[in-house]
Design a protein around this ligand. Sequence first.
Ligand code: ADP
Length: 492
Amino acid sequence: MQKVAIVGAGKAGSALLPILYEYSDIKVVGVADIKEDAPGIIIAKQRKIPIFSDYREVFKIKSLNVILNLTGDLSVSERLTELTKNKKIEIISGLGVKLLWDIVYEKKKKEEEEIRLIEKLAKTNQELNETKKYLENILENSADMIITTDINGKIVKFNKGAESILGFKREEVIGKSIEDFYINREDRRQILKCIERQGSISNCEIRLKNKTGDIVYISLTLTQLRNEEGEIIGAVGISKDITEKKKLEKEFLQSNKELENFVYTISHDLQAPLRAIDGFASLLLEEYYSRLDEEGLRYLERIKKAAYRMKLLIEDLLELSKIGRIETPYQYVSFQEIMREVKENLYFDLEKTEAELRLSNNALNTIRDIYCIKPRVVEIFINLITNSIKYIKDNVKPIIEVDCVEEEDYIKFSVKDNGIGIDKQYHTKIFELFQRLHTMEEYEGTGVGLAIVKRIVDLHEGHIWLDSEPGKGTIFYFSIPKQAKEKKAKNG
Ligand code: ADP
């Protein structure tokens, strides 16, 4: 312990005093200054350090080690040296004091900086802990099912959402294999293979067993968990319960099927009386021609026209109801084969209208086979191309270009024409059943064609849209997934 006396309690003395005071191995044992109100004297008084009005008095202090001359007066140091001749007291003054000041001051600054850093770190730590707790709270209380598993697929975390969806308490499942909850264990293995390749999967539909053994449909998003070294330590899965949605979907499909059966029966049964109406109207025209006046003949013509229109409608409705009712298998088929059948079907219409049907370079060179219900896709093209031929101004030669592009997940097709075009406001409406933009006199039709097209695209889980403006022709696009149906077919 160094006992230090300060001589001179002015600016420098008063600044150094509190700093030295904080050092445990230094004790300031006295402060001397002539002025009673010198700032250092006031500090010394507050801290109960002995004060002296004459610097010579500091020698009264027992076992004093160091005197700091902070007066700036070197003659004071000389006198002090004389007074300490035979004593082991060190006198530091002038440059020595400045150095001491610098060292002490620097050290103090560093210490303060360290304290500030420690405080900041503590605060950050606290904030981090709070955020962690907050997130854990969200995960824990989420209505979604969140399950963490280790590298062996054993359950490590099981939140409240999981408890309510699967009906198990956390304690009952921790350490159990997640695979035990899968209706089809192979699903889990396939998913793991998938996340091995790409790190995660999203919205994968899976069937699990709940506590009572019932099936729970979930939409699972699974991600690998890694430690700080980047090694895989498990996986975390977030799942939504889609059981209710699946049930509704099933009911919807069922009622759709019933509706299609109904439409089929009605349309089918309407054909016979309609044929009778048309047949008898024709008979009347042929055999009673001379006995009917002009008005009667006109009425009969109208009956025949209406019957014809009804025939078209019934045929289209039968076609529409066929899509979901008659199950035709999926198959791999080349684009060229599809187009061959389309051309065969449209041979007479193309000849009659002198329409030109072109295939783009892309379409000609497509090599990837398409996984689809072939006759249905042929039907899409027939409908779109028939419209392209039909909806065109008089005396304009129809030029139709078909394109086929392979995209990441889909194969995209398009049918482009040089026809009358369609106003933007009808771009969605035209896919609805019986929606027509023209009268029978302008362009013959029933408004069923595009509804059929959309139904087939939906069946393939694809998309349909168009690009068109009045007077500028139309491009209909539709896409079919490359994979989805393939997987379904394999799993199902
Ligand atoms: P339909 O041709 O029997 O009327 P669709 O369902 O095939 O029925 O078409 C619905 C409507 O969409 C048509 O009435 C027509 O107005 C418009 N449309 C369809 N295709 C084209 C096209 N390529 N160019 C212009 N308009 C079209």
